[in-house]
Design a protein around this ligand. Structure first.
Ligand SMILES: Nc1ncnc2c1ncn2[C@@H]1O[C@H](COP(=O)(O)OP(=O)(O)OP(=O)(O)O)[C@@H](O)[C@H]1O
Length: 247
């Protein structure tokens, strides 16, 4: 479970996250949405201890990330699939992660198989396509068999097969009782795989409800329409094509 409570993060005069509160619960895929610069990545980075909150708090299973005894087992993270050392093979990358937690080679092979990377295991990550890099990032997130997963744009760069695979995977993870927090700009995809969505704009909460409830409450025909309506005042860079709710 992820709990974000009155979280504020400032960078100098920029307030990236502004008094944000929400909970991502076990057995649920929570979609995390917002326009560019809304504060999604910053929130996720605070949750996983890469940034320090200016005020408020963010916890995983009731603990701050820094206080988790074995982080890989508590929370699987894919924030930036490109953060892998390009000279390392997929296998070596995962093995190095595994060794920090006493996880064995068998589990490394298991996640390589689960993410469809078996045949690419001995290839250097620097030669991977965007989609293969995403798969490797997801493999790393799954490695510790964590109860919580945080995936930033997991379908970015995936082909239709890959998109379907991620959709099934996150649904399975939630069905196993895990907490999944997933950000994406692909509304159609989120509507298919998320149970509820948390929408933020300019660092503030705009909506936190089941997908259907948000669609109904806004009188929209789709999550995309509801999203455009809810974020219409919170978009910093809007082109003519999207001004006025996409009409
Ligand atoms: N390290 C940093 N230093 C200064 N400002 C930052 C830093 N990181 C983020 N910001 C600012 O904080 C705000 C929120 O950025 P963030 O990356 O969290 O948004 P986001 O919702 O993830 O956006 P996107 O959809 O474009 O990835 C932006 O105004 C951004 O410029």
């Amino acid at each position: 479970m992820i709990e974000v409570e009155a979280l504020t993060k400032r960078y100098g005069s920029t307030t990236a996250v502004d008094g944000l509160t929400f909970t991502a619960r076990p057995g649920t895929v929570t979609g995390f949405l917002g326009p560019n610069g809304a504060g999604k990545s910053t929130t996720m980075r605070v949750v996983v201890g890469l940034e320090r909150a200016t005020s408020g708090r963010a916890t995983v299973d009731g603990r701050r990330f820094a206080d988790l005894p074995a982080p890989l087992h508590a929370v699987g993270i894919m924030l930036d699939a490109r953060s892998v050392h390009p000279g390392r093979t997929a296998y070596a990358h995962l093995l190095a992660m595994a060794q920090t937690h006493g996880i064995g080679k068998a589990r490394v092979r298991e996640v390589l198989a689960q993410t469809g990377l078996e045949s690419a295991a001995r290839r250097r990550a620097g030669t991977f396509s965007l989609g293969m890099g995403q798969r490797l990032g997801i493999a790393g997130a799954l490695l510790g068999d964590p109860a919580t997963l945080i995936l930033d744009e997991p379908v970015n760069g995936l082909d239709p097969d890959g998109v379907l695979w991620v959709r099934r995977l996150v649904r399975e993870l939630a069905a196993e009782g895990r907490t999944v927090l997933l950000s994406s700009h692909l509304m159609h995809e989120l509507a298919l795989c998320a149970d509820r969505v948390v929408i933020i704009g300019r660092g503030r909460l705009l909506a936190d409800a089941p997908v259907q409830e948000i669609v109904d409450r806004t009188g929209s025909g789709s999550l995309e329409e509801a999203y455009l309506q809810l974020t219409s005042d919170a978009v910093e860079y809007r082109t003519d094509a999207t001004a006025g709710g996409g009409r």
